[in-house]
Every structure is written in structure tokens, then in C-alpha cells.
Design a protein around this ligand. Structure first.
Ligand SMILES: Cc1cc2nc3c(=O)[nH]c(=O)nc-3n(C[C@H](O)[C@H](O)[C@H](O)COP(=O)(O)OP(=O)(O)OC[C@H]3O[C@@H](n4cnc5c(N)ncnc54)[C@H](O)[C@@H]3O)c2cc1C
Ligand code: SF4
Length: 484
């Protein structure tokens, strides 16, 4: 344990943000890094609990050994800290930036409202390890002679590829897009995570023997069965990117878009890529000098808000059908579970006008062009309340109400009827496989990440990538030393 009395003496601190007026002028990350000394102090707050809820069932999905590396950071043992962190998480610089941190919610100190700054310490360990040159390729010393193909290079595909290459297999990653990263690169904006972090990992993995094949849409450009014939196992990590249909009248108006084309386009713009590549509309979608309405209350909606502000929107309104949550949760009733409480993302804090308990009835327009969004108040059962209709002026509207499953063209359309699918409680259609062997209904074909569990989190994708790697290694070799 770090400092025995640390939790009593030291207040929680996390990295400060640039002021909103400054950060909306660019797309880069805006958290001001904390000094090593301050990170060390934060790690000292950890109590090394007998039962560390932070990595228990409601805490960290990859079971990061949080008290151990808090202690190592407190003692300035950065190299050991990154070794420990890497033993459970291939990409802590990703999760240190974008994870909602269920570990902090579950931390025992959260009962006092000031959990250990776990995510901040995690990011600092990864960033420091890069700075000190501790993150280098770790190629396998013994090759197995087995070949594995992975479809999709999001966090699930990347984690699976790294684990399998380190176990000695020849790994080929097939990616539809021009670069690796999946939604980490093309969904999540740079202001949440800059993309050079993905490039560095791709470089490391290439040094470990992973081959990336870009611009190959499996099922369209290359049949899945051909891939299966060429490899000993194939893992499908294709994500869950089909937008949930909104069913709102007026979606055909010019100015109404799903969130994804908008976010993908801006990420391509920032990455100096063609905005019209693969699948999304080529026309530029820009919020400069516009009144913007975002329908939806989750991460994707929030990312649209932050992107619109950076493009120079005049006003951004976000519509959430759920009631406004309480400012604070009843800790004793909900801890160590994820609490429903008022959360304000950094993007919302940049000046979004948030409306709660509001249903979107219709997009209205003139001559085929959006001019407003007709809304109404709803009751607790989300039923419209008569006489509460109102119109919000809008030149641009984004629909961000979730995802209904993987892209249907490609692997799914090609294997239709052979690949077992199911529909989860959120209405998302996913590929069926359990969390032990990750096998689909087709021999040699495995599945992991959002394509199996529905749209989720980066940390869950990393967990599934690691677990499917272990399952495949075991199936190919009869035993595996890879951790689950
Ligand atoms: C806008 C947005 C914001 C988000 N913000 C956060 C956040 O802040 N924190 C967080 O933890 N999570 C966030 N998420 C969720 C997170 O990004 C995903 O849960 C995670 O990326 C899923 O990883 P994955 O590897 O399963 O799939 P993906 O990241 O979706 O990757 C799938 C990859 O497969 C490729 N692919 C698909 N089909 C084929 C094919 N047939 N052939 C070749 N390649 C194919 C795709 O091009 C893609 O690169 C966000 C999601 C979105 C949409
Ligand atoms: S629950 Fe919090 S205080 Fe306890 S070990 Fe985990 S991080 Fe440390």
C-alpha cells in the first residue's frame, strides 16, 4: 500500500481542462497533464482495500490490478507499473482517455464522493511508459505455424491480434477502412483521443509480426469462406455500427443526418483523409453558423455536440427523452454499481442547451430543407403530454439514439442463414457466441466485441479481444498460457 494515511490527507485531483472558449477552437485533446508528483500523490490515496471493489465484478471489466499499480506509482516504479497494467490491458492509453471508469464508481472511497483518480493514474502510467521507452514490440520467440485472420481492427480486433501474435501465431488483420482503430479512430473525436496513439500501437504490433490489410471489406471484396480456407481460425470483430432507425417523420429533409456520418466525416477531415471514402455521404456536413439539434442522450450525442461547437455552431440543443437525473445518487443504495445521476460531459459543458423528458415528434422544413424540430414533453412512461408541443429552430439535426447491430452488408449478408444471430434487450441484433469459447455457429469462425455484445465500451472490446485470443489459442494448440 502507498501512503497509509493518504486518503485522509490528500484531496482527489484530476487533470484540468483548457477553458471551453479555448478548446472549442481546435480538435486536439484539451486535458492539461498532471505532473508526476501530483499523479504520485493521487495514487497514494488508494487504501489497498482487502476486497478491492475497483476491480471486482461491477468495477474494471479487464480486472486491472488497480491497488497494485497505485502502489507502484506511489513508489515511482513506473516500469513495473506498466508491466502490471499491460498484464490485464493491452491499450491503457486508450482506456485512460475514453473509459467512463466504472472502477471509480466502484471504488470504496466513492462512498465519500471522492474516489481514487484511477483513470488519471492509468493514463499517466501509459504515457510515462511511452516517454521512457518502455513500450516496444514483444515478438514471440517460438512460432506455432498456425495462421489466424481477424476481421476488423477496432479495439477488440487489435487486442485479439496482439495476444495471438505474442502467442506465436501468424496474424492477419483485415480492415475495411484505410486505417486501424474502428470506432476509436472514426467514431470517437480527436478531442477525446488523438489518433497517433492508435498509430503507435499499430507500429508496435507490426513489429510483433501482425500484418494489417486495409481497404478489404470481407464478404464484399474477399469472401469470408476464402478467408476461412486460408487460415486455421477466423475471428470476426466487425463492431455494431448500424444506426438504430429513428422512425421520426421528416428524416428525409436536407439537414437531418445520423450521427455516424457526421462524426466519421469530421474524424477523416482531422486525419487528412478523403471524407467520401467507404459508405458515408460525400457532401460536407458542417455546423458553422448553424442552429443544431442533437437527438439522444449518450456518448455519441455528446460527441456530436462537441464537434458542432468546434465547427462554429451558433447554438446546440440536445434532446433527451429520459427525465433529468438527480444531482447526486444515494450512495448507500447504489454503490458499487454504476449510478444514474446528472453527468455533464466536457462537450455539454461547452455550452449545450439540454432538454430532458422531451420526445422528438417531427423534423419540419420548407422546400425540402430542415427549419426546425417539433417536440413535446413526455411523462414518466415516455408518453407525450397533450398541449406541450414546441418547435426548436434547427438548420442541422443529428440522430444519435443508438445502434441496432453490425453492418448487414459484408460478413452477415454473405453468411445469412448459417450464422446464428439473436436480438438483445436493447433491440440490437448480435452474432451469437458465449463468453467462454467465443465460437459462432460456423466451425473455425469466432466472434468478439460489439458485434457479439452490441454497442458497448472500448474496455469491454479489449476484454473480449483478449478472451477470444485465449479461446482460439487453446483450440489451436490444446492449451494456452494467455490470460483470460
Ligand atoms: C461516437 C461514439 C463514441 C463513443 N465513445 C466512447 C467512449 O467515450 N468510451 C468508450 O469506452 N466507448 C465509446 N464508444 C464505444 C466504443 O467505441 C466501441 O464499443 C468499441 O470501439 C467497439 O470495439 P470493436 O472492436 O468491437 O468494434 P469497432 O470499434 O466498431 O471496430 C470494428 C471494425 O471492424 C471493421 N469491419 C466491420 N466489418 C468489416 C468487414 N466486413 N471487413 C473488414 N472490416 C470490417 C470496421 O471498419 C471497424 O474498423 C463510442 C462509440 C461511438 C459510436
Ligand atoms: S477500491 Fe479504491 S481505495 Fe480500494 S483498492 Fe480500489 S482504488 Fe484503492
Amino acid at each position: 500500500m502507498g501512503k497509509v494515511t493518504g486518503f485522509m490527507e490528500i484531496d482527489r485531483q484530476v487533470g484540468k481542462y483548457q477553458p471551453a472558449s479555448d478548446r472549442i477552437r481546435h480538435f486536439r485533446e484539451f486535458t492539461i497533464p498532471m505532473s508526476d508528483a501530483e499523479v504520485t500523490k493521487q495514487a497514494a490515496r488508494c487504501m489497498d482495500c482487502g476486497i478491492p471493489f475497483c476491480h471486482g465484478p461491477t468495477g474494471c471489466p479487464v480486472h486491472n490490478q488497480i491497488p497494485d499499480w497505485n502502489d507502484l506509482v506511489y513508489n515511482n516504479k513506473w516500469e513495473e507499473a506498466i508491466r502490471n497494467l499491460h498484464s490485464t490491458n493491452n491499450f491503457p492509453e486508450f482506456t485512460g482517455r475514453v473509459c467512463p471508469a466504472p472502477c471509480e464508481e466502484a471504488c470504496t472511497l466513492n462512498l465519500e464522493d471522492a474516489p481514487v483518480a484511477i483513470k488519471t493514474v492509468e493514463q499517466a502510467i501509459a504515457d510515462k511508459a511511452y516517454e521512457l521507452g518502455y513500450i516496444v514490440p514483444q515478438p514471440a520467440t517460438v512460432k506455432t505455424g498456425k495462421k489466424v485472420a481477424i476481421i476488423g481492427s477496432g479495439p477488440a480486433g487489435m487486442a485479439a491480434a496482439q495476444q495471438l501474435a505474442r502467442a506465436g501465431h501468424e496474424v492477419h488483420v483485415y480492415e475495411r477502412e484505410t486505417k486501424a482503430g474502428g470506432l476509436l479512430r472514426y467514431g470517437i473525436p480527436d478531442f477525446k483521443m488523438e489518433k497517433n496513439f492508435i498509430d503507435r500501437r499499430v507500429e508496435q504490433m507490426t513489429g510483433e509480426g501482425v500484418t494489417f490489410h486495409y481497404g478489404v471489406n470481407v464478404g464484399v471484396d474477399k469472401p469470408t469462406e476464402e478467408l476461412m480456407a486460408e487460415h486455421d481460425a477466423v475471428i470476426y470483430c466487425g463492431g455494431s455500427e448500424t444506426p438504430r432507425p429513428a422512425g421520426i417523420p421528416g428524416v428525409e429533409l436536407h439537414g437531418v443526418y445520423d450521427a455516424m456520418p457526421y462524426l466519421v466525416q469530421q474524424n477523416r477531415r482531422v486525419g487528412r483523409e478523403n471524407i467520401d471514402s467507404t459508405g458515408w455521404p460525400a457532401e460536407p456536413i458542417l455546423a458553422g453558423a448553424k442552429h443544431v439539434v442533437v437527438v439522444g442522450g449518450g456518448d455519441t450525442a455528446s460527441d456530436c455536440v462537441g464537434t458542432a461547437f468546434r465547427q462554429g455552431a451558433v447554438k446546440v440543443t440536445q434532446l433527451d427523452i429520459r427525465p433529468m437525473p438527480p444531482e447526486k445518487e444515494d450512495k448507500l443504495a447504489v454503490w458499487p454499481f454504476w449510478a444514474t445521476k446528472m453527468r455533464t460531459s466536457s462537450s455539454q459543458a461547452e455550452g449545450a442547451n439540454r432538454e430532458f423528458q422531451v420526445a422528438t415528434l417531427e423534423f419540419v422544413g420548407e422546400d425540402g430543407v430542415l427549419t426546425g424540430v417539433r417536440c413535446c414533453q413526455v411523462d414518466e412512461r415516455r408518453k407525450p403530454i397533450a398541449g406541450t408541443d414546441f418547435i426548436i429552430k434547427a438548420d442541422l439535426a443529428f440522430i444519435a439514439i443508438g445502434f441496432s447491430g453490425p453492418m448487414t452488408t459484408g460478413v452477415l449478408s454473405e453468411l445469412e442463414g448459417k450464422l446464428e444471430l439473436n436480438t438483445d434487450r436493447r433491440g440490437s441484433t448480435n452474432v451469437v457466441a458465449n463468453e467462454q469459447d467465443y465460437k459462432t455457429s460456423i466451425d473455425k469462425l469466432y466472434v468478439a466485441g460489439d458485434v457479439r455484445r452490441g454497442q458497448s465500451l472500448v474496455v469491454w472490446a479489449i476484454r473480449e479481444g483478449r478472451q477470444v485470443a485465449r479461446a482460439v489459442d487453446e483450440a489451436l494448440m490444446g492449451a494456452s498460457v494467455l490470460p483470460r
